[in-house]
Design a protein around this ligand. Structure first.
Ligand SMILES: [Zn+2]
Ligand SMILES: [Zn+2]
Length: 390
């Protein structure tokens, strides 16, 4: 069994797949062409394939010769509503859509993994499920829906794994955390209602702009005075919109922002505090507010035992010196729904390459990653499965 050699052989095909996905990016729940390519590829490998799970999701099932545990590996397959500004031969052909988070790479890595593992089919004691998930970037996302549609059952899944390409880590490095690795990312909108009028006669109005400025300031009291200083927490107002003339006090204002935390219960408390603070401020100044609070994906939490297990494999694949603990991210990730249901791990696959100019962050119009690291991703997944099922 020479895994590295087998992966090397299929790398041109994996890169080709990644570029095909990159050229034809599709947004959440619209990944029709993408899932078509995925299903045909898996069918050609001889896998059992289930289509249209959570609209555009695909599940490939590889059964070993003997019964045993079931391991699920997940790749997200959706793109973002971003216009690509890279000048590369595989530039996006779909206007206004771009694989700017690396999900094209995740999909190609998982297809490559399926190809390699198919060769070891007769050695496997158990089952591998390859889950291609739609709409990671589009809350409420595709993960929860795929789980609701039963992909963790029949046969019952024992463990779940995923990776994310990471341009904050150099190519050749792997980041793994035990426990929390990413945040719950919530969104809120506060509509402030006043009474419009002439800018020269403010006494005849209820000014929603004044009310909004007080609300924005007061909300910062939540992180600074209401939350344990040792608890990672972010509350950012990122949009405030009102009015369109220098001499008109508008009727309404709108405040939008995000809350990031590592604790579901804390997020629920904060949602209530935002409501009380903004309502009372508005009332004090004779206005009204309406709050819409959307809870995002739950915080991502790796199982500690599984994280140790994956770390050991990572040390074999890239060397001990290249495995990092890495800080938890304040970003959200819907693989957290899988990790709420079953023990498992999501790890970061370093993909930054200064020499090749691959330095842009995820979700940038210039995002691109070092394709050679896909070989590391495949090796990680193949070894994780073999360690579980040999
Ligand atoms: Zn993303
Ligand atoms: Zn992503």
């Amino acid at each position: 069994m020479n895994i590295k050699e087998e992966i090397k052989e299929i790398m041109p095909e994996v890169i080709n797949l990644r570029r095909t996905f990159h050229m034809h990016p599709e947004l959440g729940f619209q990944e029709f062409e993408t899932s078509q390519i995925i299903s045909s590829y898996l069918e050609n490998l001889g896998l059992e394939v289930k289509k249209n799970i959570a609209k555009t999701g695909v599940l490939g099932i590889l059964k070993g010769k003997e019964e045993g545990k079931t391991v699920l590996i997940r790749a997200d397959i959706d793109a973002l509503p971003i216009e690509e500004l890279n000048d590369v031969p595989y530039k996006s052909k779909n206007k206004g859509a771009m694989h700017a988070c690396g999900h094209d790479g995740h999909t190609a890595i998982l297809l490559g993994t399926a190809k390699v593992l198919t060769k070891y089919k007769d050695l496997l004691k158990g089952t591998v499920k390859f889950a291609f998930q739609p709409a990671e970037e589009l809350p409420p996302g595709g993960a929860e829906l795929m789980i609701k549609e039963g992909i963790l059952e029949n046969p019952n899944v024992d463990k779940v794994y995923a990776l994310h390409l990471a341009n904050h880590l150099p190519a050749g490095k792997i980041g793994i955390r035990e426990g929390i690795f990413c945040a719950q990312a919530d969104a809120f909108t506060i509509k402030v209602k006043g009474k419009g009028g002439h800018g020269s006669a403010p006494d005849k109005t209820v000014d929603p702009i004044i009310i909004s400025t007080y609300i924005v300031q007061a909300l910062q009291v939540i992180p600074s005075r209401e939350i344990d200083p040792h608890t990672p927490f972010v509350l950012s107002v990122c949009k405030i919109q009102s009015g369109n003339a220098f001499n008109v006090i508008p009727e309404e204002a709108e405040i939008k922002g995000t809350v990031r935390s590592f604790d579901k219960m804390l997020a629920e408390k904060v949602a209530k505090r935002i409501e009380i603070i903004s309502k009372n401020i508005a009332q004090a100044f004779r206005g009204e507010v309406e709050l819409e609070y959307e809870f995002g994906y739950p915080p991502g939490k790796n199982d500690e035992k599984e994280a140790k297990f994956v770390r050991k494999i990572a040390e074999e694949v890239v060397g001990k010196e290249n495995v990092e603990e890495d800080k938890p991210s304040m970003g959200g990730e819907d693989f957290s729904y899988f990790l709420e249901e079953r023990p498992g791990v999501m790890f970061w696959l370093g993909s930054r390459n200064e020499e090749k100019g691959l330095i842009h962050p995820h979700h940038s119009s210039y995002f691109d990653f070092d394709e050679s690291v896909m070989a590391i991703g495949i090796e990680m997944f193949v070894r994780i499965v073999l360690e579980n099922l040999l």
